[in-house]
Design a protein. Structure first.
Length: 361
């Protein structure tokens, strides 16, 4: 009993508990920020819905007869949840890629997975004629067969990931090889997309460009279910192996000395990250910088302990993507700007600021 009391009074133990308490406090604050953004996302748009009415509709206090019920439940709620899930999945995938590759530039975008998905969608438009013109409505271009386009984008994204994994396996899972292979694949897929665009007619070209504009508003309830299931399973795998990632963060030799199967963890982690990224991009479109910037912001706020860093990364990714989607809806209202444009405009300056601060430090 005396030993337990001495341990509690130990200043090192007290300081460590305070340190962990600060991390938990930041996570709780970020969670409440996300909740407020969800309410704001459901309330703000071309049609303003009072916050009180939004809450009543969410908790079914007004029933389906409310004039706001259709707007919130059928349009804004799937879009909002898609932004939350996609932001969390992309950020978590980026965080894992950065630690297992031991490279701060690791992300789905820099590894060429996004470019491969865009090339797959372009092939679908050219080969299957999935892009058509419509004379009325909000969009001049629609994807006639979205599932064909989605499957094609997913196949090419997974194919690019599989190529990186095979090449890394041959070269004994070198992180440098993975990064360079991703850059090469991204350049190759971008060249292939431009080649198809050169021979495309006006409608096909417009459809290709339309698909590359990442937009969470195009996701319906069934597609959201698929994205959510894949993302939740992937996040469960990441959290279950958080101790391995903590060890790998200290270097491969240290991790191997602690009994971590580094090559296997790296290959499986890359495969799971590629899977969740491919599914999200295939349904939502290309959204850059979330998987790159969110982990860096979380690392500066919470630190490198993956027990908390992973949760902070996915919360930060959800907050960033959802906030960008709300701003994209309002900045040119009643026209809706694709959220990928805004994340690119905001992500690049934020990342440059983070790099400059890190360089000075």
């Amino acid at each position: 009993m005396i030993d337990i009391q001495k341990e509690k009074d130990n200043p090192i133990v007290t300081s460590y508990k305070k340190y962990l308490g600060g991390k938990r406090t930041l996570l709780v604050l970020e969670f409440f920020l996300l909740l407020m953004l969800i309410i704001g996302s459901l309330s703000f748009g071309a049609v303003h819905v009072p916050v009180s009415q939004t809450i009543r509709v969410l908790f079914s206090l007004d029933g389906s007869s409310s004039r706001y019920a259709a707007i919130i439940r059928e349009i804004r709620l799937p879009q909002t949840l898609s932004a939350v899930v996609a932001g969390a999945g992309l950020a978590a995938a980026g965080a894992i890629m950065q630690v297992i590759l031991q490279n701060p530039l690791g992300s789905p975008f820099t590894l060429g997975i996004s470019h491969a998905a865009a090339f797959g969608a372009a092939c679908s438009v050219m080969l299957f004629g999935t892009g058509v013109m419509q004379s009325s409505g909000n969009n001049a271009i629609i994807i006639l067969a979205p599932y064909k386009t989605t499957i094609a984008a997913m196949v090419f994204a997974l194919g690019a990931s599989f190529f990186i994994l095979v090449l890394a396996r041959v070269k004994q899972s070198s992180p440098e090889v993975m990064i360079l292979a991703g850059v090469a694949i991204g350049s190759l897929c971008s060249a292939g997309t431009m080649f198809l665009q050169y021979f495309a007619d006006d409608v096909q070209l417009a459809a290709m460009v339309f698909w590359t504009f990442g937009d969470v508003g195009r996701v319906n309830w069934h597609e959201l279910e698929i994205i959510t299931v894949v993302t939740m399973v992937s996040l469960g795998y990441f959290f279950f192996h958080s101790w391995y990632y903590n060890a790998m963060h200290m270097g491969d030799e240290t991790a191997k000395g602690l009994g971590v199967p580094v090559e296997r963890v790296r290959l499986i982690g890359m495969g799971v990250s590629a899977l969740v990224t491919s599914v999200i991009i295939a349904f939502v479109g290309v959204i850059g910088f979330i998987g790159l910037v969110a982990p860096h912001i979380s690392r500066r706020l919470i630190g490198d302990d993956h027990r908390y860093f992973l949760m902070g990364s996915l919360l930060t990714g959800s907050v960033l993507l959802l906030a960008s989607d709300v701003v994209a809806r309002l900045i040119l209202a009643p026209r809706v700007l694709p959220v990928a444009i805004l994340t690119a405009f905001l992500g690049a300056p934020v990342f440059i600021v983070l790099l400059m601060r890190g360089h000075r430090r």
